[in-house]
Write a protein that binds this ligand. Structure first.
Ligand code: C5P
Length: 231
């Protein structure tokens, strides 16, 4: 059944889904890889659409697959699909440019984090609504982390208590994200990085293990198990 989005919601969610996904091995764009019989992107969009504050969703798809992605998502939720760019940052910028006037909170969520709980969409949005300009969901780093040189020799041990592993959705006041993308330089791997460069404070909220990034074959197997267990 097609989900209904909330016409009075204050949140737009951008979903960059235009990556090639080579780390998952050969077989097409990562966002279209199957997880329990459905593309990662379908899982992600369905879960985003289940978050009550979401008013619109914009997906950046591989340029060659825009029509196919539109057809794929039509039965899932009302979604705008635009062609992505060569880098993730360009894909996010393309999606942001397609956001209609209205929502003042913009979240950016990687399609590869297909098991995103709707509650995480809401908690990031709520942190922006409460006054923060930029919000990221994070988890503590559990492994000991070493810094190494080009020859894999250890240079030192990093204090992991001060480190956080960063997930998506990352949430922003719309004007803050737009300004960051307007002045963006070299591509970064996340949007909070752009905002940090502008000197805007970025705050952390608790992330979710279910928001894992499905990057390697192991992650896909883990996600299948989590879904089978009711995630
Ligand atoms: O490559 P990486 O794992 O960092 O990709 C994170 C997200 O950004 C994925 O959902 C991917 O589809 C998306 N992406 C994109 N356009 C690109 C590269 C990546 O939308 N050119």
């Amino acid at each position: 059944m097609t989900a209904q989005l909330n016409p009075r919601g204050d949140v737009a969610v951008l979903v960059p889904a235009a990556g090639a996904g080579v780390r998952l091995g050969p077989g097409g764009p990562k966002a279209l890889r199957l997880l329990a019989g459905e593309p990662l992107l379908v899982h992600a969009v369905r879960r985003i659409a289940a978050a009550p504050s979401v008013r619109l969703i914009v997906v950046a798809a591989p340029a060659a697959d825009v029509e196919a992605v539109r057809e794929l998502l039509a039965p899932v939720a009302p979604v705008t699909v635009v062609p992505g760019g060569a880098e993730r940052q360009a894909s996010v910028a393309a999606a942001l440019a397609a956001v209609a006037p209205g929502p003042e909170i913009v979240l950016v969520h990687d399609a590869a984090r297909a098991l995103i709980p709707p509650e995480l969409v809401e908690s990031v949005a709520e942190a922006v609504r409460s006054g923060h300009h930029a919000v990221i969901p994070v988890l503590p780093v559990v492994d000991t982390v070493k810094e190494v040189d080009a020859g894999e020799r250890v240079l030192g041990t990093v204090d992991r208590s001060a480190l956080r592993a960063v997930q998506t959705p990352q949430g922003f006041r719309r004007s803050v994200l737009a300004a960051a993308h307007e002045t963006a330089g070299d591509p970064l791997t996340d949007d909070a990085g752009l905002v940090e460069k502008q000197g805007v404070p970025v705050v952390c909220v608790p992330g979710s293990e279910l928001a894992l990034k499905i990057t390697r074959p192991f992650d896909l197997a883990l996600a299948e198990h989590l879904l089978a267990a009711g995630a």
